[in-house]
Ligand binder design. Structure first.
Ligand code: NAD
Length: 415
C-alpha cells in the first residue's frame, strides 16, 4: 500500500527510539504522518505595481493531545518537507513540555529582506486570508518563528478578527503585550533553554562562571541567549548572524554587540572581535555551543570537528540524525531542541490561557511558571536517561512518543 503522506525524515529521526520501544508499523505511521497538510498560492501586488505569487504552507501534524500549535516561518528556503519536520517536532515538543497542544507549523517561501514593510504586511495578511478557515483558538494556533515577530503576529491577528467579526486573541501567540501578548514571551525560548542548561551543568558538576559559550544566530533566540549567558557570567566568545561570525577569545561585550547589530542590521564591522565564518564558529573549542539559527548546521561533514562539551539546541533540528550519532560517540552532551527551545511554546501556552480567561499574570508569575515547567521537564528527561541508559534526545523522544500514543489509545485510534 502506498504511504504517500508519511514524513520519511520524521521516520529517520525516530528510527533509533522506534527500535528501542519496539513500535509497530501502525504506531510509527500514526506518529509520522501529518493529519492535515495545506499548500496555497496567493498573489500580492508589489510596490512597483507588479503582481507576484507566493507559496504558503500550514501543516497540522498531530492533535491527539490538544489543538495544533506551531510557528509561521518566512524564509526563501521554506518548503513542504521542512514544514512537515518542524510540525512533527512541535508535536513531540508539546508532549515533552507537558502542555495540552498538538503540533503544527507554517511558512511562506519569501526572502523578507527583499520586501518593503508594506509588502511584508500584505504577505502576512494574505497568509491569514488563506489560512483562517482551518486555524482558530481551539483548532490550530500559530506563533512567530524565523523572520516573523510580534508586529507580524499583530497584523495576522487583526486580519483574522476582521474576517470573523469579533475579538479572538487566543488564535495566535507571540503578540505585542497591548494586544494580549504575555509578559516574558519575547525571551522565553532563550530563558527556558538557560534553565535547562543550568540543570545539565549541575548534573555534570560543571563550573559555569567564565565557562566559554558560542552562539550561532543573533535573532530572537540567539541574541537573548547570548545576553542571558553573559548576564549569568558565562564568557560568550563568539556569535553570528547570516552574514558573518565574530570571535574574541577573551569574551565579547554582548551589550555592545547588541547595539552594533541594532544600528547596523548586521554583526559585520564590530570592533574588538575577529570575523570568522559560521562554519569556523561551530568548530570553536567551548563549553557550550548554542545553535540558534537554522536547521542542518551540524552534519556528517563537520560533526567530528565539533569541540563543544555541551550543545544546547535552541534552533529546531540544527543537527542531522547521522551527525547526532557521531556527536554521541564523541561524548558530546546534546540537549535536544524539543526540550531546549520549548520555553517558547510553554509561554505561548501561558499566553493562550491568559487570552482564554481574559485575565493576565505578572512578569514574576510567568517567570516562576516557566522555570517550574522547564525544570520538571528536564528532570523527567534526566530520569529516563538514567533508567534507559540513553541520550537526552532518545529520552525526550521516548517521553513524547509514549504520551502521544497514549492519547491516541485513549481516543480509540489505537487499540
Ligand atoms: P530570527 O529570525 O529572530 O533570527 C534568526 C537568526 O539566524 C538571525 O540572526 C539570522 O541572521 C540568523 N541566521 C539565518 N541564517 C543563518 C545561517 N545560515 N547561519 C547563521 N545565522 C543565520 O529567528 P528566531 O526566532 O531566533 O529562530 C531561530 C531558531 O530558533 C529557529 O530554528 C527557530 O525555529 C528556533 N525557535 C525559535 C523560537 C522563538 O520563540 N523565536 C522558539 C522555538 C524555536
Amino acid at each position: 500500500m502506498e504511504k504517500s503522506n508519511v514524513c520519511v525524515n520524521c521516520q529517520n529521526m525516530l528510527a533509533k527510539v522506534s527500535a528501542k520501544l519496539k513500535l509497530n508499523e501502525t504506531e510509527l505511521d500514526i506518529l509520522t504522518t501529518p493529519r492535515r497538510t495545506f499548500t496555497f498560492s496567493f498573489p500580492i501586488i508589489m510596490d512597483n505595481g507588479k503582481t507576484k505569487i507566493f507559496t504558503g504552507y500550514r501543516i497540522q501534524f498531530n492533535n491527539a493531545r490538544g489543538p495544533a500549535k506551531g510557528g509561521i516561518r518566512f524564509h526563501q528556503d521554506v518548503d513542504l518537507e521542512d514544514v512537515k519536520v518542524l510540525a512533527f517536532l512541535m508535536s513531540l515538543k508539546c508532549a515533552v513540555a507537558d502542555i495540552p497542544f498538538g503540533g503544527a507549523k507554517g511558512g511562506v517561501a519569501v526572502d523578507t529582506k527583499s520586501l518593503s514593510s508594506g509588502e511584508l504586511e500584505r504577505v502576512s495578511r494574505e497568509y491569514i486570508r488563506e489560512a483562517y478557515r482551518f486555524i482558530g483558538p481551539n483548532t490550530d494556533i500559530p506563533a512567530p518563528d524565523v523572520n516573523t515577530d510580534s508586529k507580524i503576529m499583530a497584523w495576522m491577528l487583526d486580519e483574522y478578527e476582521k474576517i470573523i467579526g469579533r475579538h479572538a486573541p487566543a488564535v495566535i501567540t507571540g503578540k505585542p503585550i497591548q494586544l494580549g501578548g504575555s509578559l516574558v514571551r519575547d525571551i522565553s525560548t532563550s530563558l527556558g533553554g538557560i534553565f535547562v542548561l543550568k540543570e545539565v551543568t549541575k548534573e555534570l558538576k560543571m563550573k559555569t562562571e567564565n565557562a566559554k559559550a558560542v552562539v550561532q544566530g543573533f535573532g530572537n533566540a540567539g541574541m537573548n541567549a547570548a545576553r542571558i549567558l553573559h548576564e549569568n557570567k558565562w564568557k560568550v566568545i563568539a556569535v553570528s548572524d547570516s552574514k558573518t561570525a565574530i570571535y574574541n577569545e577573551n569574551g565579547l561585550n554582548i551589550q555592545k554587540v547588541i547595539e552594533h547589530k541594532k544600528n547596523n542590521k548586521s554583526l559585520k564591522g564590530f570592533k574588538d572581535a575577529k570575523e570568522i565564518t559560521n562554519m569556523e564558529l561551530l568548530e570553536l573549542e567551548c563549553d557550550v555551543l548554542v545553535p540558534a539559527a537554522m536547521q542542518d548546521q551540524i552534519t556528517k561533514n563537520n560533526a567530528n570537528n565539533i569541540k563543544a562539551k555541551i550543545i544546547l539546541e535552541l534552533a529546531n533540528s540544527p543537527i542531522t540524525p547521522e551527525a547526532d550519532l557521531m556527536l554521541e560517540k564523541k561524548g558530546i552532551k546534546v540537549v535536544p531542541d524539543i526540550l531546549a527551545n520549548s520555553g517558547g511554546v510553554i509561554v505561548s501556552y501561558f499566553e493562550w490561557v491568559q487570552n482564554s480567561m481574559n485575565y493576565y499574570w505578572t512578569r514574576e508569575e510567568v517567570l516562576k511558571k516557566l522555570e517550574e515547567h522547564m525544570i520538571s521537564a528536564t528532570k523527567e528527561i534526566q530520569r529516563i536517561c538514567r533508567e534507559e541508559n540513553c541520550s537526552m534526545r532518545d529520552s525526550s523522544y521516548i517521553l513524547a512518543v509514549n504520551k502521544i500514543l497514549e492519547a491516541e489509545r485513549l481516543r480509540g485510534v489505537l487499540r
